[in-house]
Design a protein around this ligand. Structure first.
Ligand code: GRG
Length: 307
C-alpha cells in the first residue's frame, strides 16, 4: 500500500517517523474502508475523510519507539498506535468545530465540518471514541497480552483523553480565551490538552513491551516532558510560520486571544523552554537505562519541526 499522497513531505524526516507514517497510513486506510462499508451515507464518508487525513503521526511514532526501546518486537503493536491516533483524530475533528476553535483548515485540507457539516463532524467525533477502544483491545489480544495489561492500557489512554487530560485541558483552554494566564496555569493547560495523550502514547508502548515499574515511571516523565515540549514548539510555530507551511491556520492563538508561551516569554525564550523540556525528557530515559536512540531522534524532531 502506498503512503497517503498528501502526507506532509517525507523528505528530510527521521527514518523512525517515516516508518510510523507508512504503518499508520496503511492501517488507517484499512480502518477507513471498514467503517465506510459499515456506516453507509454521509457519516461513513466523513469517517473515511477524517481517518485518511494526513498527519505527522508523532504519537504513533513515540509509541512504536518506546515499545522497541523496552524490548518489544511484535508487529501487531501497530494496532495500539492506531488506537492513539484515532483518539488524536477525533480530538482534531472536534477542536476545529465552530463551538471550539472554529477552524477551516487542518492538515492542508478543509476541516471535517467544512467538508461535510457541523452535525456530521460532531457525530463522527463521538463515533470514533469506541473505535479507538476496539482497536486497542484487538491489538492487545493479537499480541497475546493478558487482559489485565489491556485494561491498564485502556485506562491509561482514556484517562489521558478525559477530563483529567485532553478534554479537561480543552475546557480550560476555551475558558481562558481573552484572559491572561500565568506560566503555571498555561503549563497545566498544555500538560492536559496536549501532553497527556503524548505521554499515554509513550506509556502504552512501554506497557505493551511488559516494562518494569521503574521503566514505566521513567517513560511517564519522558512522555510528560516531551508532551510539554511539543506544545511549546506548537506555540512557536503558530506565531512564526505560515498557514501553508503548517497546513492549518497560522496566527490562530493571537486571533483567539489565547495565552501562549510565545505571548508570555517571546519566541526565543519559548524555544529555550521547549529545549529544556526535551532535555528533561531524555534525561529521564537515560536514568532508567533505556536505549534512547530513536526516542532522542523523535524528541529532537518535536522541538525542531517546521509544521
Ligand atoms: C470528542 C470526546 C471528545 C473530545 C475532544 C476537542 C477536544 C476534546 C480536545 C482538543 C485537544 C487538542 C486538539 C489539542 C491540541 C493538540 C495539538 C497540538 C494538536 C496538533 O497535533 P499535531 O501537530 O497534528 O501532531 P497532526 O495534524 O500532525 O496530527
Amino acid at each position: 500500500m502506498v503512503p497517503f499522497g498528501s502526507n506532509p513531505s517525507m523528505a528530510d524526516l527521521p527514518e523512525v517517523l517515516v516508518e510510523a507514517r507508512r504503518a499508520m497510513d496503511d492501517r488507517l486506510t484499512v480502518l477507513a474502508r471498514r467503517l465506510e462499508a459499515e456506516t453507509p451515507g454521509r457519516l461513513g464518508e466523513a469517517l473515511g475523510y477524517a481517518l485518511r487525513s494526513p498527519g505527522k503521526r508523532v504519537r504513533p511514532a513515540l509509541l512504536l519507539a518506546t515499545y522497541r526501546a523496552a524490548g518489544g518486537r511484535d508487529p501487531a503493536v501497530v494496532g495500539l498506535a492506531t488506537a492513539v491516533e484515532v483518539v488524536h483524530t477525533y480530538s482534531l475533528v472536534h477542536d476545529d468545530l465552530p463551538c471550539m476553535d472554529d477552524d477551516g483548515l487542518r492538515r492542508g485540507r478543509p476541516t471535517t465540518h467544512v467538508a461535510f457539516d457541523v452535525e456530521t463532524a460532531t457525530r463522527i467525533g463521538f463515533l470514533l471514541v469506541p473505535v479507538a477502544a476496539e482497536e486497542l483491545a484487538a491489538a492487545g489480544r493479537a499480541m497475546g497480552l493478558p487482559d489485565a495489561a489491556i485494561a491498564a492500557m485502556a485506562l491509561e489512554l482514556f484517562t489521558a483523553g478525559g477530563i483529567q487530560g485532553m478534554v479537561g485541558g480543552q475546557w480550560l483552554d476555551l475558558e481562558a480565551e481573552g484572559r491572561r494566564v500565568d506560566l503555571a496555569g498555561l503549563m497545566d493547560v498544555h500538560r492536559r490538552k496536549t501532553g497527556a495523550l503524548i505521554a499515554a502514547a509513550a506509556l502504552l508502548g512501554a506497557r505493551a513491551a511488559g516494562a518494569a515499574d521503574d521503566v514505566l515511571a521513567a517513560v511517564r516523565v519522558f512522555g510528560e516532558e516531551i508532551g510539554l515540549a511539543f506544545q511549546v514548539a506548537d506555540d512557536v510555530l503558530d506565531a512564526t510560520r505560515t498557514s501553508h507551511e503548517l497546513g492549518k491556520t497560522a496566527g490562530k492563538d493571537a486571533e483567539d486571544q489565547k495565552s501562549t508561551y510565545v505571548g508570555l516569554l517571546g519566541v526565543t525564550a519559548a524555544e529555550v523552554e521547549a529545549d529544556r523540556h526535551c532535555t528533561l525528557a531524555l534525561g529521564a530515559l537515560e536514568g532508567a537505562g533505556l536505549p534512547v536512540g530513536d526516542l532522542a531522534v523523535l524528541a529532537r524532531y518535536i522541538v525542531r519541526r517546521t509544521s
